[in-house]
Design a protein around this ligand. Structure first.
Ligand SMILES: *[C@@H]1O[C@H](CO)[C@@H](O)[C@H](O)[C@H]1NC(C)=O
Ligand SMILES: *[C@@H]1O[C@H](CO)[C@@H](O)[C@H](O)[C@H]1NC(C)=O
Ligand SMILES: *[C@@H]1O[C@H](CO)[C@@H](O)[C@H](O)[C@H]1NC(C)=O
Ligand SMILES: *[C@@H]1O[C@H](CO)[C@@H](O)[C@H](O)[C@H]1NC(C)=O
Ligand SMILES: *[C@@H]1O[C@H](CO)[C@@H](O)[C@H](O)[C@H]1NC(C)=O
Ligand SMILES: *[C@@H]1O[C@H](CO)[C@@H](O)[C@H](O)[C@H]1NC(C)=O
Length: 575
């Protein structure tokens, strides 16, 4: 009887398998800087899959995306959305790679758990933070984080509930496991359970139980070209774990594939029971020179037979797999990741939730639709410009900059700005930005006339490249704002038509036909260097460059149009 039931079950499972047809999808599924993905599918929330990615210094941070069909992805919430949840984010030393590193998202008995680490380089000592919510679509419902002890003093925390209710936290490097108390944050002395296959940086652990085994999935080789996914299993959550003889189970190293650095995986099932994985990858080819979007999230089908090791499909731009049926029934006012930005700052509106700041903002610098300038975003000048000098103090110096991610290889970003500077060095404009040491700015800046008697507003295109060894900035372009353009909004644009270069231009907003191309800059400037883990963002800023200027800039008609994705060496697809 038992065996015929088992046979029936196997028969049903294979029937379900046979009926789920494969369809085509494209990577990356979370285009633009979205590294270290962690995902969970929640039957109680209509089998929605929720994924989170690393946000480093961006605020709001710890984004959670939701999808029901693995094709359409919407921002559900940002777990980190109030400065008081993590005051440290504004107290760091100015290093460009501090902040929220790799997280794990899990669900249990009505509660979503997002466990992550806050990293600062002053004395290392990563802080482990546990955010919880019962409503993943509501920023406000995400908790103040519980600080969890970090006896292994390491990063990339994972949470796993064993059958007896014991909760285990595993962290990098060499994988350590502690028992944790989710009420008090206490963690027991860690056990070092697996060192991986011997490659460097065994990290990003996730534990699963399937059939008769506990599986420990990790990343190895470092998050660059040698990155890989390896796996071990054992009969207890605390090990011993035995590595799989055919590791790595996923990598792009030593290949000529366009998607490189593939690793740091998490696995999950969809509503039909099919297994999937998400990893990070970089669209760079093995040259790995130009990759302004940094590390992005890719999706692939996973075959995981009973009692066997999982088989992860290799990562390409064009993929196939047994996708769930199309379903865009996702609540909330979050942004669908492939939608354009068409933002007009209407009175009473809020800023889109997928926009963010480099560290928690001084909110009084930003006002939507002020009374004297409706339908604009007023940005008052920050005391510092976008370049961090040696004496930059994040908590004191004000940075007036708001941005969204570059999320397509080819795009056109335009914003109108009305700016009537009076003092020298007052500046407002748009930027293509990787870090405070690598950015390309197109602005209106007030500079003294050659004879020094008065200031003249100029259009200036310049790049900061000090964060990248051997990078040469293109020559600065500086031209007076044409007289006929003054005292009216000017449309500034940054666009990419190839994967290697940005094009910058300007026009009077009322007469776009007078568009002038000001110059180009290589996308290598915003690839790697001082931002090896992050990706390019772009947005608007205002600064007095350390002077006395107080003139605000009024930004309006913000448009970000995603045009096309490059998904292989010679293949582009429209967005
Ligand atoms: C991992 O490596 C460390 C240092 O080499 C060693 O002490 C430890 O026994 C290893 N642990 C395992 C589980 O292999
Ligand atoms: C990648 O691996 C190769 C060969 O194993 C090694 O020579 C190289 O230094 C590694 N590169 C990095 C960035 O770890
Ligand atoms: C569907 O995709 C999965 C995952 O790539 C693969 O294992 C399976 O063979 C495919 N099925 C068919 C009928 O092509
Ligand atoms: C970007 O948009 C602006 C304004 O619509 C237009 O003038 C410009 O030609 C576009 N740039 C590119 C490279 O498509
Ligand atoms: C200085 O230059 C400005 C603009 O070019 C001009 O209007 C002004 O007359 C000049 N002043 C003197 C003293 O030459
Ligand atoms: C940025 O501000 C610093 C002073 O804080 C100044 O030295 C530097 O010249 C400014 N950069 C630009 C491009 O104006």
């Amino acid at each position: 009887m038992l065996s015929s039931l088992a046979l029936l079950a196997t028969g049903l499972a294979s029937l379900a398998q046979a009926q789920s047809q494969n369809s085509t999808f494209y990577n990356p599924v979370l285009p633009g800087w979205n590294s270290d993905p962690s995902c969970v599918t929640v039957p109680e929330w209509d089998f929605t899959t929720f994924c989170t990615t690393s946000s480093f210094l961006m605020f709001p941070g710890a984004p959670v995306y939701a999808t029901k069909d693995l094709q359409h992805w919407k921002l559900a919430s940002n777990a980190l959305n109030r400065p008081e949840q993590l005051p440290e984010l504004n107290l760091n030393q100015g290093n460009q790679n501090e902040g929220i590193w790799a997280s794990t998202i899990r669900y249990r008995e009505g509660v979503f758990y997002l466990i992550t680490s806050y990293v600062q380089f002053y004395d290392w000592g990563p802080m482990i933070l546990l955010f919880t919510t019962t409503d993943p679509y509501d920023d406000a419902s995400w908790s103040q984080p519980l600080i969890i002890e970090n006896p292994a003093n390491d990063i990339d925390p994972d949470l796993f509930w064993d059958f007896d209710g014991t909760v285990y936290m595993s962290v990098a490097a060499g994988i350590y496991i502690s028992e944790v108390d989710l009420e008090t944050g206490a963690a027991t002395d860690p056990i070092r359970v697996w060192n991986g296959t011997g490659d460097r940086n065994p990290e990003g652990p996730h534990i699963f139980h399937k059939d008769d085994y506990y599986y420990l999935l990790i990343g190895e080789g470092g998050t660059e070209l040698n990155h890989s996914v390896t796996i071990a299993r054992g009969e207890s959550a605390t090990g011993p774990y035995y590595g799989y003889e055919n590791n790595p189970i996923q990598t792009a190293r030593f290949t000529d594939w366009y998607f490189q650095t593939v690793g740091h995986a998490d696995l999950f099932q969809d509503r039909n029971g099919n297994w999937w994985g998400a990893s990070l990858a970089t669209r760079s080819g093995p040259e790995w020179e130009i990759f302004p979007m940094g590390r992005e999230t890719v999706l692939y089908a996973v075959t995981w037979e009973e009692g066997e090791w999982p088989i992860l499909d290799p990562v390409y731009g064009e993929m196939t797999g047994p996708l769930p049926a199309t379903n865009m029934d996702i609540p909330g006012d979050g942004h669908w990741i492939t939608d354009p930005d068409e933002v007009d700052f209407e009175p009473g509106s809020s800023l889109p939730r997928h926009w963010g700041y480099w560290r928690p903002p001084h909110t009084d610098l930003f006002e939507v639709s002020p009374e004297d300038h409706p339908n604009t975003l007023r940005i008052s000048p920050g005391s510092v410009n976008l370049t961090a000098t040696a004496d930059y103090v994040p908590a004191e110096d004000t940075l007036a900059f708001i941005a969204r991610k570059q999320s397509a290889t080819a795009f056109n970003f335009t914003v109108d700005v009305e700016f009537e500077p009076t003092l020298a060095n007052e500046e407002a404009g748009i930027t293509v930005f990787l870090t405070q040491l690598q950015h390309i700015d197109l602005s209106i800046v007030n500079l003294p006339a050659c004879n020094g008697t008065r200031n003249i507003p100029r259009l200036r295109l310049r790049a900061e490249v000090s964060g990248k060894v051997d990078e040469v900035a293109p020559e600065e372009v500086l031209i007076p704002v044409p007289r006929s353009w003054r005292s009216a909004p000017i449309r500034l644009s940054a666009a990419a038509v190839t994967d290697t270069e940005y094009v910058f231009g300007a026009a009077p907003a009322a007469r776009p036909e007078e568009y002038v191309e000001l110059g180009t800059a290589s996308a290598r400037i915003t690839s790697g260097g001082s931002g090896p883990f992050t990706g390019t963002i772009m947005g608007a800023y205002a600064t007095n460059n350390g002077g006395q200027g107080e003139t605000p800039a009024y930004f309006s008609r913000w448009r970000y149009h995603q045009v096309a994705q490059k998904i292989d060496h010679d293949t582009w697809i429209p967005v």
